[in-house]
Design a protein around this ligand. Structure first.
Ligand code: SAM
Ligand code: SF4
Length: 340
């Protein structure tokens, strides 16, 4: 994979790691900033990166193009809160025109979706994941610290009205915070034709809010709660991400489980991440990375070095994470650096 021709001929390469996994999916964090401070994601008092260290939108667009020339067919824009980045619609418009990109998708907390859902659809965004952990305003405030449930709900309405092919809710389940709403959230999603994925909390960064081991709710427990209210039919469907899906009798939407602890999904990992400051991160649960910002800025007119850095990084993609909720976090990076 590291031959001269592989690097230098646009469109000729594929990204394959040491374990034979083909990398076709990149998640790009366009900002580390956010208008919320979800208790599982950030500490209340966060220091964000200076703007000069964040990739410009032009640099992100260039990077995305180069990834598609290396065989990437799916890009997720995430953050921090991606829709809080100034002029981010310009970026979506550029990405929507990449000829080799098959799927442009977004993860958002929904707070700006009421205004942006229709323009995102027009720009070519195919699917949106919207984070929603509770339907109760007081709990929403407790979990997101700064958030306003009514804005996220208005965003969901706008996204439904804009006619996206598929919308999904992402719910991080925490014991004694929202675990008793698992079924209500499923009903909310399914009656609107949306999917919902339940996520086991990952130990990224020091958050100082709750004991992650004590708040842990396994996917099996979530499934058991859902099975009391719905008839779940196991499905082999995948969307290129880590969710395992179930169909639900009587509904169009599906239920997904993202289970980093109870059902490790690393074996068929097809993705890498780019942090807001341009670090290519080979695994969410490890620190192996390559500095792409340096290549972007040192060679503004020549993609050769950037392409080589990406291809060579496949050699250091680890087999998987080793998250342990009972240990102090070994990953000091918070989730807002990389997106989900
Ligand atoms: N701000 C956007 C949002 O909330 O959807 C995008 C970025 S957020 C970091 C992406 C996803 O990561 C969200 O669905 C969020 O719930 C999830 N997330 C954040 N911290 C997490 C953690 N420690 N463990 C598991 N999921 C986490
Ligand atoms: Fe912000 Fe998303 Fe992290 Fe919540 S999960 S603090 S909305 S980046």
């Amino acid at each position: 994979m590291t031959s001269e021709t592989t690097h230098d001929r646009p469109g000729s390469a594929t990204l394959i790691d040491r374990f034979g996994r083909k990398i076709t999916y990149v998640r790009i964090s366009v900002t580390d900033r956010c208008d919320m401070r979800c208790v599982y994601c950030m500490a209340e008092d966060m220091t964000f990166l200076p703007r000069s260290q964040i990739l410009t939108l032009e640099e992100i667009a260039r990077l995305a193009r180069v990834f598609t020339e290396l065989g990437v067919t799916k890009i997720r824009i995430t953050g921090g809160e991606p829709l809080r980045r100034n002029n981010v619609m310009w970026l979506f418009e550029q990405l929507g025109q990449l000829s080799k990109l098959r799927e442009l998708v977004l993860t958002t907390n929904g707070s700006r979706l009421a205004a942006l859902a229709a323009p995102l659809r027009d720009a070519g965004v195919a699917r949106i994941n919207i984070s929603l952990d509770t339907l109760r305003p007081d709990r929403f405030k407790r979990i997101t610290r700064f958030g306003d449930l009514s804005k996220t709900l208005a965003g969901i309405d706008a996204a439904l009205a804009a006619g996206f092919r598929r919308l999904k809710l992402n719910t991080v389940v925490l014991r004694h915070m929202n675990h008793d709403e698992v079924r209500d959230l499923a009903r909310f999603a399914l009656t609107r034709g949306m999917d919902i994925s339940y996520i086991e909390e990952m130990p990224l960064g020091v958050i100082g809010d709750h004991d992650r081991a004590a708040a842990y709710v396994s996917s099996d427990e979530i499934l058991a709660m859902l099975a009391e209210a719905f008839e779940l039919l196991p499905s082999t469907e995948r969307t290129g991400g880590p969710s395992r899906y179930y169909r639900v009798r009587g509904y169009h939407g599906r239920v997904g489980l993202i289970s980093p602890h109870s059902h490790n999904f690393c074996g068929d990992c097809n993705r890498v991440r780019v942090t807001a400051e341009g670090r290519l991160l080979l695994c969410l649960g490890q620190e192996f990375s390559t500095d792409l910002r340096h290549e972007l800025r040192a060679h503004p007119q020549d993609d050769t070095h950037l392409r080589r850095a990406i291809v060579d990084a496949m050699e250091i993609k680890p087999h998987g994470h080793d998250f342990d909720l009972h240990e102090r976090p070994v990953i000091f990076r918070h989730m807002n650096m990389t997106g989900g």
